[in-house]
Design a protein around this ligand. Structure first.
Ligand code: G3H
Ligand code: 13P
Ligand code: ZN
Length: 309
């Protein structure tokens, strides 16, 4: 198959009522854990790279590791820039082998967001790359942007239609109550499916993206707490809400926090049970296995994108 854009994946997902998992990658073990799971259950994948990941692991290392995973698995895999903050980082990723970029202009006002997104779309489309944009503000922390719950805002459905028409973006991330990180809801988890439904009714079949979609899986939180530092009050998006979102036109579901928790809890367990262990293959290998099992569960039991190649 090879490195692909998200175009065909989204067309099939939208028709089939399922979503593609977009998993954040930062190193070899994370890439291997995710791609091993996808291989086992025959699933397309989006591997996404944040500015922080590019800084940590370096652009070329990540692209080559993903290329190696494609050779190893023969799966259709898209390489996506997560939360591109400006034209420059999008251009670097388009020129550097990515097949999809996100331009996140959600911190700007409507007109500025349109202008920036349009500029990225023009350049990306000239180079065969697809573009995800964002309208509405999610709460939470990503790199150096920290949006408080008070400053977050839901996506306006009428603006979403105008935004897509005027920018030509290929998919749109919307704010319906999710947020980044491990602390998503103060009270009971609630997503604004009414807003999602208005947007999909106005643009049938158009790919909608859900950021901040980790479940903050209790098993990993408990394990992290049992074997070390405390992660108090963590609360994520329940899996049945993610299934519902996939049935309601969400084609891409972003997961990073659950990967971090899977990896960290497994590594902590090794260090506590075997304090003398200092072979990185033992603890990183345990982390990779935990990621593989978690991603397989997400693909099969939540996203429904298994056997969709
Ligand atoms: O949305 C943010 C992702 O979880 C990436 O996090 O910017 O710390 O790599 P990062
Ligand atoms: P989580 O923090 O919920 O995993 O969200 C990740 C994300 O949206 C990456 O863009
Ligand atoms: Zn995000």
């Amino acid at each position: 198959m090879g490195i692909v854009t998200t175009k065909e994946m989204f067309e099939k997902a939208s028709k089939g009522g399922y979503a593609i998992g977009a998993f954040n990658v930062n190193n070899m073990e994370i890439i291997q854990g995710i791609t091993e799971a996808a291989k086992e259950v025959n699933s397309p994948l989006i591997l996404q790279v944040s500015a922080g990941a590019r800084k940590y692991a370096k652009h070329n290392y990540l692209v080559h590791l993903i290329q190696a995973a494609v050779e190893d698995t023969d799966l259709p895999i898209a390489i996506h820039l997560d939360h591109g903050a400006d034209f420059d980082i999008c251009k670097k990723c388009i020129d550097g082998g990515f097949t999809s970029v996100m331009i996140d202009g959600s911190k700007y006002d409507f007109e500025e967001n349109i202008e920036l997104t349009r500029r990225v779309v023009d350049y990306a489309h000239e180079h065969g790359v697809v573009v995800e944009a964002e309208l509405g503000k999610l709460a939470g922390v990503e790199d150096d942007v920290n949006v408080s719950a008070e400053d977050s805002s839901y996506t306006d459905p009428d603006q979403a239609v105008e935004f897509v028409q005027r920018t030509g973006c290929d998919s749109l991330a919307i704010a319906i109550g999710t947020s980044h990180g491990a602390y998503k809801f103060k009270g009971e988890p609630k997503l604004r499916f009414d807003i999602l439904d208005k947007i999909t009714a106005a643009m049938p079949g158009y790919p909608i993206v859900l950021h901040g979609a980790s479940t903050v899986i209790p098993e990993f939180v408990e394990k992290c707490n049992k074997y070390g530092g405390n992660i108090p009050g963590a609360k994520g998006v329940p899996e049945d809400m993610l299934r519902e979102a996939a049935r309601h036109g969400v084609c891409k579901i972003n997961i990073d926090t659950d990967l971090r928790l899977a990896l960290t809890s497994a590594i902590r367990e090794v260090f506590v049970n075997e304090p003398g262990e200092f072979d990185p293959r033992k603890y990183l290998g345990a982390g990779r296995d935990a990621i593989r099992d978690m991603v397989r569960h997400k693909i099969v039991d939540v996203l429904g994108c298994n056997d969709k190649i």
